[in-house]
Each structure stands twice: as C-alpha cells, then as structure tokens.
Design a protein around this ligand. Sequence first.
Ligand code: ZN
Length: 310
Amino acid sequence: MRLALCLAAVLAAPACAQPVDPPRADGTPRRADSVVTRADALAPPVRPDTVRTVDVPVPIGTGRATVRVHTAPMPDALGSPGFEAFPLNALNLHDDEDTSVDAALDVLRQRGGRVVELVHSGDRNVSFEVVTGRVYANGEDRPELARFVADPNRMFTPAGRARTLGSLSTADDRGEAALAAFADSVLAVYAAEPPAVVLTLHNNTEANYSAASYQPGAQYASDAAAVTVHDGTDPDDFFFVTDRALYDALVARGYNAVLQDNDAATDDGSLSVWAARRDIPYVNVEAQHGHREEQAAMLLALLDVLGAQR
Ligand SMILES: [Zn+2]
C-alpha cells in the first residue's frame, strides 16, 4: 500500500527489542483476562497468553524512552469467507492516557493485531537532555547539558518541534534535532508493521478538549472542515479523522467525529498534520479518561468501518 511504501522508504528499522511483562501504572501486572464486558459487541477472544509484549529502547538526547509493542494473532474466527477483518495497529503517544491503552488491549485480545505505546515517565510530555559542551569544575571534566521538554504529539514537523520546545522549555537547533531523531525512531517502530491507516489513541478530561472544541466559534474551529456531536452524547468521546468518507461512515453509525481541514489545519506538529501532508489516512480514537468500554467499542466500530471500506 501507499503508506507501507512511504513509511518503509522514510524510516529506518527499529533498534534491538527485549521481551517484557509490563506492569500497569499502579504496579500490578496487566491482567490478560480483564476484557470488557460488552460481549454482544465482541468476537470470541484469542487465548490471553497469545498477547506478546516487546520493549524497544528509543534514544532521546542523552537518554532513552521505550516504545512498547503488544501483539496478538488474529483469531481464525475473523477470517471467514468474504470478510477480511481490518488489522488493529494503534499508536499511543501520551504516557498518561492509560485508558486508551487499556481499551486497545481489550480489543487486541479480541481481534488480534498490534498496539504500540510510548513509555517514559508516565507524564504527557517527554523530558530529555542534550550535550552542549564540557565544563571543568573541582578538577573534574564533565559534559555540559541542556534540558528540554516536548509534547510527543507535537514533534512531527519542524514548526511543531520549535513551538512545543519553546513553550515547554527552550527551542534551539540541538533540542530540535534530538526531538526530530526521536520522532523518526518512534514512527519507525510503529511502521515496522506498516499500517494502512495511522490509528492513534488519546484520552481527554471532562469539559476541556472535546469534539465541541471544533464547533463554530470554539477554540479549534478553524482546524475542522466538519464536526458532528450527536444530541445526548458525550462530546469527549469522538473520532478525529483526515478522510471525508471515514468521517461520514462514523457519523452515520452514531459516533461524534471531527474532520480535519487538511489545507487549513494549524501546523502544530501533531501526527494528524504529518499524515495529512503525506496523504495518509489518519484516525484518532479519543475518549474521556475512564471511558474504557466506550473507547473499546469505538475501536471495534472503527475496525468494522475500515474493513467494510476495503
Ligand atoms: Zn493524547
């Protein structure tokens, strides 16, 4: 596919990988049998022990972050004649948006596929240091370091990198170069299994950023070509897409959705802008923190829609 060719050509292969048994944020291991209970919406589960998790260390400045890759085989039941299930291949960039990862893992255990998450501090933003020179003090020679902070979903264009570094720390050439290399490394791990659609996972908080933020007169109205918030629904749970046909299909199924204005959207360095510039379909499955079942149901609906569009 076009995306496969594009990403394969642009990105290098990921670094060495180490299998792990990742703990949850509260220290307890992720339970493979803690699936969502909407049995009516879900296919028969794969065996829990078929989920495999691999940690890929990714350099950032003088340190490193982790890109954690969860995979599971697609169940045979999904391969029925005349129906080709769309493979799950989802990316979580904000380390404090755990509901989205839990929901995606619920779907992974049902449908198989791949869930990729960026792991570092447990915070939204990533911090790193870059060597700027040498200092001599107390008879000791050591590197001089500059510290930077960036939003990992604002690092995919030069303008985005300058803006996020400048607003959260300081923007300079060294910081921007280190962040650009990091962005490439994260994308390389995600695209090692080239996705037909860039599918990202995010969470938000009640009454802040939502689909309503894109309605006429709201903060991000100029970034959107279309917005639908159905009466009686929570605008925090919505799809953010770059493709009109996908927007229409999701809205027709009763979901809230925002269609990015791919020509007018602000160059904030987010992955949706990166994808639109390359003409690669992009979907963000966005839900309020704690809406795990809702977000899992959204993911399943999306896979159905994408499967039907093939
Ligand atoms: Zn996010």
